[in-house]
Write a new protein. Structure first.
Length: 769
């Protein structure tokens, strides 16, 4: 009996990591229950495509290439957003997250304008039309370009079929199909403008939604047209293999190619079978008018929400801001699948339960998937624009909480998402956190939105999960001394990294104690938890929680924000700065080993030339040192505030013409590689998320009574201006918003487009904090 008991206890421990928090899901209306958001551009990782909010949705999308520069290996065929394609720029210029979008894609000689408009009707999410207009970028008309528009379904999904309608000459005239969610439908493609030189189609069986491009490449053929020697690249028509029993398989991938001379335009029209009282088709002039109306509404709402015209921004600056917001809304995806997770009780990675995730993504090209702490920042912008969408996003994220109160940091769901991630990054550990930035979003919503019913209902439902989340942080991420906290997930045994990374903090290679151990205390994490306690207290009050519960959070907040205690634990007397504490030495460097291990190329290793001691990590000043300020925990009249404000303005530390750099020039780690291959990341570059929070805090201190108000006011003005100006300038220069910006020249760096937290620039322009 004892042994059986032990086994089942072990089984219980093993399954905790992938057991959902509970069965009462936050998302109660999804799919067709929300008809107006059923269809959308929910595949942010492709240049253009629509799908529905359905676990096994039909997907549509665009590929294109210039026939003269298509290579055998497939390079030249555009589909997934890839930095390697080296497009001049691409972004949603207008997108409201619901009804329409206008995107501009500039690919060398061609400008592709992709727009879509939806129209509700019937019982299955209604109709939509997409238009792809190709014009010349450099006034060289006549160049040929091939557009491929496709429709695909996963193989073997019950009730899903798509088939081609071919006319007399074996030309594709359209597609018809049925899926469980969509009922019956048709999709028709017509050339609406310009001269077309070739049209062909493909109906095939694709092995998965992750290999659509490969399926196209395998089915391209060379053809000549009657009476001409000119060669064309065409799609191979019907290519349906027979299954072993001799029956023909059904196609799950149908693509239609149009090769035309620039300029030309095609229109793809999706019509829902149950939409029977449609008065006219959403094509031609009707489409023009519908799009115009949507654009006008968008413009009006944009001004109502952000008031940039009344703040005297130029039309060009307003277009930039619209692009930033639109790309955030247009980067919202719908993913479905199961993460891979691991706990100390599982032998290896185990699958999380299958679940949908409706979320924005940081970067359409490089990371087209959900990231926990990024999403809390996205939520600030999204909630100002469309609160309902943001609440839905949060509901989805909080449904990914397990019974322990843990939410995985990175969400890699479905074939398309998995295809973009190297194996070693896939598994998420349940010991590891990421800053709880959804508390920022919630705090922000409480400040700005006054939709009581919606809020009370939403917050009421969310509250148990918020408590579980808070408790997870407050029990698993604590330090050895009361009221201290420590990020888990650092590697204390590696000799490869100059300073072992802290991916969990979100600040990856930002220098911490050189020798991770249990003595560490992290000032940023302490501030996040203090902040979270404050928000828990506020929410508890809003939804009328009993006073003993509300008081508990207020007490926790008071305790963690007590400036004397904070200073005792994190204020370095020698440098007069806030800092982490831990086993640390700065005397580390990367060297090639003198006797390399047999036959292997010598990898650099870390050499420590001075024994580490328990001390403040105060020789590196940077974002982490600012956290008590950033999260507004410093008392307005404290001498610490005076010192932080003084340090903020110091050019040798963080101040630049382009915003605050992440790590001071005086730090021994400033711009240092972490291994011979890992370039500096949070070791100098300027990042928008923490700059936004710093501006927000500065705004707070400049509006709060205290002796340093005027200093704060001055910093507020110039920091805000520097950030806005540089982002606009770099956009003009490079065509993109970037992951971060260089501290010497202000140039965009890292992945691009990165319209995740970088698009918080809109809130800076509008002064919404
Ligand atoms: C690596 C490479 C195609 C790193 O924006 C998302 C995160 C932030 O949350 C974090 O704070 N980024 C920041 O330090 C990007 C993380 C990308 C990791 C994936 C795999 C994929 O190659």
């Amino acid at each position: 009996i004892a042994i059986a008991g032990w086994f089942s206890y072990k089984g219980y421990l093993e399954t905790r990591v992938n057991t959902p928090y509970d069965m009462n899901k936050m998302v109660i209306a999804s799919g067709l229950d929300v008809p107006d958001r059923y269809w959308g551009t929910y595949r942010p990782g492709v240049y253009f495509g629509l799908k529905t909010r359905d676990p096994h949705s039909l997907v549509t999308g665009l590929m294109w290439y210039f026939p003269h520069s298509l290579r055998q290996d497939g390079s030249g065929l555009r589909h997934w957003c890839e930095q390697g394609d080296e497009l001049d720029r691409y972004a949603w210029m207008e997108h409201d997250g619901r009804t329409f979008g206008v995107q501009e894609i500039v690919d060398h000689a061609a400008i592709l304008n992709t727009t879509f408009v939806k129209r509700l009707g019937g019982k299955h999410g209604g109709d939509w039309t997409a238009r792809i207009a190709v014009t010349s970028n450099r006034n060289q008309t006549g160049e040929e370009i091939s557009l491929i528009f496709y429709t695909a379904i996963e193989e073997g999904v019950k009730g899903s079929v798509i088939k081609v309608n071919t006319g007399d000459e074996k030309r594709l005239t359209g597609i018809e199909g049925t899926t469980q969610g969509l009922g019956s439908f048709t999709i028709n493609l017509v050339v609406t403008r310009g001269s077309v030189v070739e049209q062909s189609f493909l109906a095939a069986v694709a092995a998965g939604l992750n290999v659509l491009k490969e399926t196209v490449l395998q089915n391209l053929r060379i053809a000549t047209q009657k009476g001409s020697s000119k060669k064309y690249i065409v799609l191979a028509g019907e290519q349906i293999p027979s299954s072993p029993d001799g029956k023909k398989k059904r196609p799950n991938f149908i693509a239609s190619q149009v090769t035309g001379k620039i300029p030309f335009e095609i229109e793809v029209c999706f019509e829902s079978g149950s939409f029977i009282d449609r008065i006219d088709k959403l094509t031609g002039e009707t489409y023009d008018r519908a799009l115009q109306t949507r654009r006008k509404f968008f413009d009006e709402k944009f001004e109502r929400v952000f008031k940039l015209r009344s703040k005297d921004y130029t039309e060009e600056e307003i277009r930039f801001a619209k692009m930033s917001l639109s790309n955030m809304m247009g980067s919202i995806g719908y993913f479905y699948g199961s993460s891979q997770v691991q706990s100390e009780y599982t032998k290896g990675p185990v699958p999380y339960w299958k679940a949908p995730l409706y979320t924005a993504v940081p970067s359409r090209s490089f990371f087209p998937r959900g990231f926990l702490w990024d999403e809390g920042f996205h939520g600030l912008l999204v909630s100002v624009w469309d609160l309902e969408i943001e609440l839905d996003i949060m509901n989805h994220w909080f449904d990914t909480m397990n019974v322990e109160g843990w939410i995985p940091r990175e969400m890699i769901l479905g074939q398309e998402a998995l295809a973009k991630v190297p194996e070693e990054f896939v598994t998420q550990m349940n010991t590891n956190a990421n800053p709880p930035t959804f508390y920022l979003t919630l705090h922000f919503i409480l400040r700005h939105k006054h939709d009581e019913l919606l809020e009370k209902q939403f917050l009421g439902n969310l509250y148990p999960r918020l408590e579980a989340w808070f408790n997870w942080f407050n029990t698993t991420q604590t330090g050895d001394i009361p009221s201290t906290y420590r990020w888990r997930g650092r590697d204390g045994s590696t000799n490869r990294e100059l300073n072992p990374k802290t991916l969990t903090s979100g600040l990856d290679d930002y220098p911490r104690a050189s020798h991770p151990n249990v003595d560490e205390r992290h000032v940023d994490l302490r501030c996040w938890i203090a902040f979270a306690a404050d928000v828990m207290h506020q929410i508890g009050q809003v939804i009328g929680q009993p006073s003993n519960v509300v008081d508990k959070y207020r007490e926790t907040y008071r305790y963690l924000s007590d400036n004397d205690l904070l200073n005792k634990l994190h204020w370095s007397p020698s440098t007069q700065t806030f800092a982490d504490f831990g086993l640390h030495t700065d005397k580390v460097s990367l060297r090639k080993p003198t006797t390399p291990p047999r036959s292997q190329p010598a990898e650099t290793v870390r050499v420590v030339t001075q024994d580490p001691t328990l001390r403040y990590v105060d020789t590196s000043f940077g974002y982490v040192s600012l956290f008590p300020y950033i999260l507004q925990i410093i008392d307005p009249d404290s001498p610490q505030l005076a010192k932080v404000l003084k340090d903020l303005r110091n050019d040798d530390l963080l101040w630049t013409k382009y915003g605050l750099r992440s790590l001071a020039k005086t730090s021994p780690f400033y711009m240092k590689y972490n291994t011979e291959h890992d370039a500096p990341y949070w070791r100098g570059a300027i990042w928008m998320n923490l700059n936004y929070l710093t501006v927000r805090a500065t705004y707070h201190y400049s509006n709060t009574d205290g002796p340093y108000r005027d200093e704060a006011k001055e910093i507020y003005q110039s920091l805000r201006r520097n950030l806005i100006q540089n982002l606009i300038q770099q956009y003009k220069k490079s065509g993109y918003l970037w992951e971060n910006y260089g501290d010497v020249h202000g140039e965009g760096r890292g992945s691009h487009p990165f319209t995740g937290w970088t698009s918080l620039v809109v809130l800076l322009m509008a002064e919404i904090y």
